[in-house]
Write a protein that binds this ligand. Structure first.
Ligand code: ZN
Length: 352
């Protein structure tokens, strides 16, 4: 909107033992285990981990990820004094961990999207956590390093036994790695389906696309206001006559207001060939996690459905053809703290 202004474990071979087997529970769906490991653990990361050097990085993250709300929460706002690496900048209270990944079976991009179940078998406690690094070294005799906060939450102390599982049910589909032996489940190869639309609320502020106009770009917006105010404004025909094809609430609910085949009024000068997606948020908000997931799913479907190049996903202010004098602050800080197309592109690369 805003038209106005480190290291060990037993054997790596123990990973993914029960791949194609249903879980023992009768009612739960078949769970394809993509990664599983059980063995001793330790902790790592954060300002006080002097076992990491001041400039040590992480296998799965780079500084650009600090601008992605999906990952930035794992890190402290600034580097601890005297350090430059992401390892020491990890927020030890957040839930992350490291294992000795085989990137053929679990590629980096897959791991960046995965959420693992981390369990303490001795007391039954469990929590979800994100893969962050490769390690510990095999010479430690441990299989995983956890964040101090995760270890504390599970009641784990160094050299206690931990169990870590990543299943297909918990992971966002990605392309299987080249050479991966495991057959890809259907969900990883089938074209993405259209996400569920909670409600279609027709906006009068639209027009037919001219014959022959190809939909070739997606424009991302911030409502700079509540869901209710956006839905209300897009239904008014006596005001600014603005609209968008989709509005995604903070909780991930997707509302549609204009058919894709029609032209919505969301990005002056670039409406004819674009699809507009509004995200409910204030000027300083980042995307909420369920909202980000819904947006990524919708974008994946739109790319496929209309054969839109992945490079043609723009923030409102950065859309080619956008011609409103003075520009706009939209999409604000939804996709990262810097108002730039590079921020949008980094978010797309990491999430879509
Ligand atoms: Zn906008």
């Amino acid at each position: 909107m805003a038209q106005k202004r480190k290291a060990s474990k037993k054997k790596p071979a123990a990973k993914r033992p029960q791949r194609k087997r249903p879980t023992k529970e009768k009612i739960t769906p078949v769970e394809e285990i993509l990664f599983r490991v059980e063995g001793k653990m330790s902790t790592f990361g954060g300002p006080r981990d002097t076992g990491m050097s001041a400039d040590e990085g992480l296998a799965l993250f780079t500084p650009v990820d600090l601008q992605n709300p999906k990952y930035s929460y794992l890190f402290l706002p600034t580097s601890p004094p005297g350090t430059t690496g992401l390892g020491r900048r990890l927020n030890p209270d957040k839930y992350y961990f490291a294992c000795r990944w085989n990137y053929n079976d679990t590629p980096r991009e897959f791991l960046k999207r995965a959420l693992a179940r981390v369990e303490n078998p001795s007391n039954g406690r469990s929590a979800d956590a994100r893969p962050a690094d490769w390690g510990p070294h095999i010479s430690t005799g441990r299989v995983a390093d956890l964040s101090p906060g995760l270890a504390a939450a599970l009641g784990l102390q160094t050299d206690d036994v931990v169990r870590i599982t990543i299943s297909a049910l918990r992971a966002i589909p990605v392309k299987p790695a080249k050479g991966a032996k495991r057959a890809a489940p259907v969900s990883r190869t089938a074209p993405p389906g259209k996400p569920i639309i909670k409600q279609f609320i027709r906006s009068p502020n639209c027009s037919c696309r001219k014959v022959g106009t190809k939909i070739d770009k997606i424009v991302l917006h911030c409502t700079e206001g509540s869901l209710a105010s956006a839905l209300a404004e897009f239904q008014r025909s006596d005001s600014r006559k603005v609209s968008a094809h989709y509005v995604i609430d903070r909780n991930g609910d997707i509302y549609q207001m204009v058919n894709d085949a029609d032209c919505a009024n969301h990005c002056m000068g670039a409406n004819p060939g674009s699809i507009g997606i509004e995200h409910v948020g204030g000027e300083t908000d980042a995307l909420a996690a369920p909202q980000a997931a819904a947006s990524a799913a919708l974008i994946r479907w739109l790319l496929q459905e209309h054969q839109i190049p992945r490079t043609n996903i723009f923030g409102h202010d950065f859309t080619p053809g956008y011609s409103r004098p003075g520009g706009t602050s939209c999409p604000d800080k939804l996709f990262g703290p810097v108002h730039s197309q590079a921020t949008i592109a980094a978010w797309v690369a990491a999430n879509v």
